[in-house]
Structure formats: structure tokens, C-alpha cells
Ligand binder design. Structure first.
Ligand code: NAD
Length: 445
């Protein structure tokens, strides 16, 4: 079969999405220049290292180094490009709307690039952004340069796999030639392609994330009811998820969703709904439930320990999920702040989280080993389900803790096993067998 021609692609943004997209497009045979504005990031990439952790990414970049270039210079990135991919960050503003200032900076940098065929938005943006960018391109004399939306649905920790074998590739384009160009660009990607108009493509991304967030918050609400009524959420969701109309995914009770997407995108969609005069009360409830989850965990610890002041709490995991070094909107940050506000001593352990000086971590003690973080602790709280925790020597760790209270915020462990080992085990939405070990603080008994 005839292979479609390889293309020259400029990717703006060397973050989680831009780097993965750039490396994957190179893997598919295209020539890619990735541009970022952070000199440190570009210097690291040029030196052959990767400035963030994403499984498989370093190997992919190394394997395709002949087809990948990195630059700080926008003009250099655009010079030979046919297609520009916008992969910059779109963080929330105070109003909850997406901050598009970085997107506009990229559009500004394209002035004079009349040789381009298309500008493609991969960043998550409000519905209607495409129309605004179209107007800006027209005003810049780039009326002949097509605009398309190609939202990214990848999950951090499996981004390379998700890019190359996605559930679907969504292409939002108002003309057939550009849609075909993007289909060709994705030749070799193992997944169905859905072509639609730009506004619908923008909405697919926001709707998908809001629905996933809804499943998580719904499950957490049912979990709270399980705690109140003696049911076990793990059994409830297992059997509920067997219904093919529902499916088992995103129905794990825990400390709430975090990361760079769900919190930001659910707020952005709610803001979009409010700005459009529609409102979205269901999504507001989803966001409220999520805000509550880490606070409920701290409250339950407070009750079990009979107060948190002066207690030492070990946080096991800091990143928003395992398999990433991303700390953005991680529930651990709220939990650490709340514990510190209650005058607790906080120690934390995480195999990947970067060391940072800013609050709330500044007043916590970071430990390299589980043994260290658990020694002398009054309670441990599993925040991120790192596989190391499942395999840890919990029998020995119990003897190191001052009081063996284990709050499993991700329902990672088998409660009966932890109780057999002598822990006071608390899960999310799981009833405890009620056998409380000796030596616990009065409130726990
Ligand atoms: N991280 C995810 O899992 C994920 C998933 C789907 C969609 N998205 C969306 O993709 C977009 C990027 O997310 P991310 O996680 O990669 O963000 P990120 O913060 O990791 O990376 C963004 C990069 O863009 C760079 N940048 C900013 N302005 C620039 C400019 N003018 N020119 C070139 N580079 C510039 C930044 O320096 C940064 O390195 C966001 O809109 C996000 O919502 C992210």
C-alpha cells in the first residue's frame, strides 16, 4: 500500500502533550520541530534528556532523534513547517475560564508565516476558540491558512500508548482538504478517526472530561453512603460496572480527581456554560464533591486520632496519580495544607514527585524510603496508589509506627489482611471489620 508523504510539523509547547505529540509524529515518519519558551526545557532536550517523566517518552525521543529538533526560536520552528500544532498550557483564570494568553502568543508568532497549510489546536480550549483564532489569522493576512482542532484525550502515565493507539482521533475541520491532511498526519495511528466541525471537536474534549469527572464524583458520593450504611464500595462498583451500559472505568472511590485536566476542564466547562447563560448545576455538584474528598479524609483522621495537633501523619504518595511526576492539582497538596493547618506534623514519601520549595510542601518532611516516613507516625494515609505500596512489608512497618492507623485513600489494600496485621484500617466507602488493635489513641477505640 502506498504510504502517505511525511510532513513537516512545528509543535509549540514542550510539555506533557507537546513532547508526546512531537515524539509520536516523528515516530510516524514526520519531521518535527518542538518549540518552547523555557530555555531550561529546550537545553535539557537538546542535551538528550527529557524534562518530565512519561513512560516510553525518553526512548521514543532517542529513537527518532534524526527527525526531532528543539528550539526556543518561534521563527525557526515555523520556517519550514507545513502544519503548526498548538500544545501550550491553558490554565484557569480567577473566573474559571481558560487562560488563552499562551495560545494568543503562538498565533502572534505566526504572523508572516504565509507558507503554512494549517494551524491545529491540541491544547484544551473553550468552544468558540477556533472561531476566534480563525478571525485572528484572517486579520494577520493568513486567511488561506486552515485552522483545525485535534483535541488530546491522553492520560498522563500512558500518553505515548494513548497517542499511538487511541480510542479515537477527533479532527475538527471545516474543510475537507485540511481534514485529509490531518488524517494523513495520523497514518500509522491505530484507532478510529472522527471528523466533525471545529466547535463540536472542541466540545467533545470538554464533555468527555466532564463525564469522567462526573463518574468519579458519583462514585465518591456512593462511597460516602456506603460508609454511612455499612455497604462496601469496592463490591458495589465491581458489580455495577459489569453492566455493559455503565462499564467499570472511573468508578473507583478515592480522594478525588486531580491533575492538570479534570479540575481545570470541569471548571472551564462550567464557566463556559455560565457565560452562555445555560448554567451547569450537575457539573457544579461534581466539582463540589471533588473539593470535599480530601477534606473528608482529614476529618476522618482527626476523629480517629482524637485530634491532629502534634500528631505525625505520613502521606504515602504525592503525585496526582501513579506513573507520573505531575503534582498539578494533586489531592495531596490540599491534604498536606489541611493537616498543617490542624497543627499536625506532616511527612511525605513519593518515588517521582519533584522536589519543590513552595507551600504546602515547604513545612513537610520529605522521606526517601517508606521505612523512614512510617517510623514514629501516628497514622499513614495512602494518597497515590503507587504499586510499591501494595508490595510493601506492612507487617514490619506496623512495628515502626507509633500507632498503626492506615487510611487507604485509594482502596489499594485488602482490609481484612491489614486488620489481621494489626492495623486500624480505614478505606473510602468500605466498612471496617471493627476489630481495633491495642495501643490506639482513645478516640480510635
Ligand atoms: N497533561 C494532560 O494530560 C493533558 C491531556 C489532554 C489535554 N491537555 C491539554 O494540553 C495542553 C498542554 O498541556 P500540558 O500538560 O502539556 O501543559 P504543560 O504545562 O506541561 O506544557 C505546556 C508547555 O507550553 C510551553 N509554552 C507556553 N507558551 C508557549 C509559547 N508561546 N510557545 C511555545 N511554548 C510555550 C510551556 O513553557 C510548557 O512547557 C493544555 O491545554 C491541556 O489542558 C493536557
Amino acid at each position: 500500500m502506498k504510504q502517505p508523504p511525511s510532513h513537516r510539523v512545528a509543535v509549540f509547547g514542550a510539555g506533557y502533550i507537546g513532547l508526546v505529540a512531537g515524539a509520536c509524529f516523528a515516530e510516524l515518519g514526520h519531521s518535527v520541530t518542538v518549540r518552547d519558551i523555557q530555555p531550561g526545557r529546550i537545553a535539557t532536550l537538546r542535551a538528550g534528556s527529557v524534562p518530565l517523566y512519561e513512560p516510553g517518552l525518553a526512548a521514543l525521543i532517542a529513537r527518532n532523534k534524526e527527525r526531532l529538533r528543539f528550539t526556543l526560536d518561534a521563527a525557526e520552528a515555523v520556517r519550514d513547517a507545513e502544519v503548526v500544532y498548538v500544545c501550550v498550557d491553558t490554565p484557569p483564570t480567577v473566573s474559571g475560564d481558560a487562560d488563552l494568553s499562551r495560545v494568543w502568543a503562538v498565533v502572534e508568532a505566526l504572523k508572516g508565516a504565509s507558507h503554512l497549510s494549517a494551524v491545529v489546536m491540541k491544547s484544551t480550549v473553550p468552544v468558540g476558540t477556533g472561531a476566534r483564532v480563525r478571525t485572528a489569522l484572517d486579520a494577520a493576512g493568513l486567511g488561506h491558512v486552515a485552522y483545525a482542532s485535534n483535541p488530546e484525550f491522553t492520560a498522563e502515565g500512558q500518553a505515548v500508548e494513548d497517542f499511538l493507539c487511541p480510542d479515537r482521533v477527533v479532527i475538527g475541520s471545516d474543510d475537507e482538504i485540511t481534514a485529509k491532511l490531518l488524517v494523513n498526519l495520523h497514518h500509522g495511528v491505530d484507532g478510529p478517526v472522527e471528523i466533525m466541525d471545529v466547535a463540536s471537536a472542541e466540545m467533545v474534549k470538554l464533555a468527555a472530561n466532564a463525564l469522567l469527572a462526573t463518574k468519579i464524583s458519583f462514585t465518591n458520593e456512593i462511597a460516602a453512603l456506603c460508609e454511612a450504611t455499612g455497604a462496601d464500595i469496592t463490591k458495589v462498583t465491581r458489580a455495577t460496572g459489569m453492566d455493559h451500559r455503565l462499564g467499570p472505568h472511573f468508578m473507583r472511590a478515592g480522594l478525588g480527581y486531580g491533575g492538570s485536566c479534570f479540575p481545570k476542564d470541569s471548571r472551564a466547562l462550567r464557566a463556559l456554560a455560565s457565560n452562555s447563560g445555560c448554567g451547569f448545576p450537575l457539573l457544579s455538584a461534581v466539582i463540589d464533591v471533588n473539593d470535599l474528598q480530601p477534606r473528608r479524609a482529614v476529618k476522618r483522621l482527626n476523629q480517629v486520632l482524637g485530634g491532629l495537633s502534634g500528631r505525625t501523619v505520613a502521606l504515602l504518595g504525592m503525585t496526582f496519580k501513579p506513573g507520573t511526576d505531575d503534582m498539578r492539582e494533586a489531592p495531596s497538596t490540599v491534604i498536606a495544607s489541611r493537616l498543617l493547618a490542624e497543627n499536625a506534623q506532616v511527612r511525605c514519601w513519593d518515588p517521582m514527585a519533584p522536589r519543590r520549595d513552595d507551600a504546602p510542601w515547604a513545612s513537610t518532611h520529605r522521606c526517601a524510603e517508606l521505612q523512614e516516613v512510617l517510623t514514629g507516625a501516628d497514622a499513614a494515609l495512602i494518597v497515590t496508589e503507587w504499586p510499591q505500596l501494595r508490595e510493601a512489608d506492612w507487617d514490619r512497618y506496623r512495628t515502626l509506627m507509633r500507632t498503626p492507623v492506615l487510611f487507604d485513600g485509594r482502596n489499594l489494600m485488602v482490609p481484612e489482611r491489614m486488620e489481621e496485621l494489626g492495623y486500624l484500617y480505614l478505606g473510602v466507602g468500605r466498612s471496617s471489620a471493627g476489630r481495633l488493635p491495642e495501643g490506639l489513641p482513645t478516640a480510635a477505640r
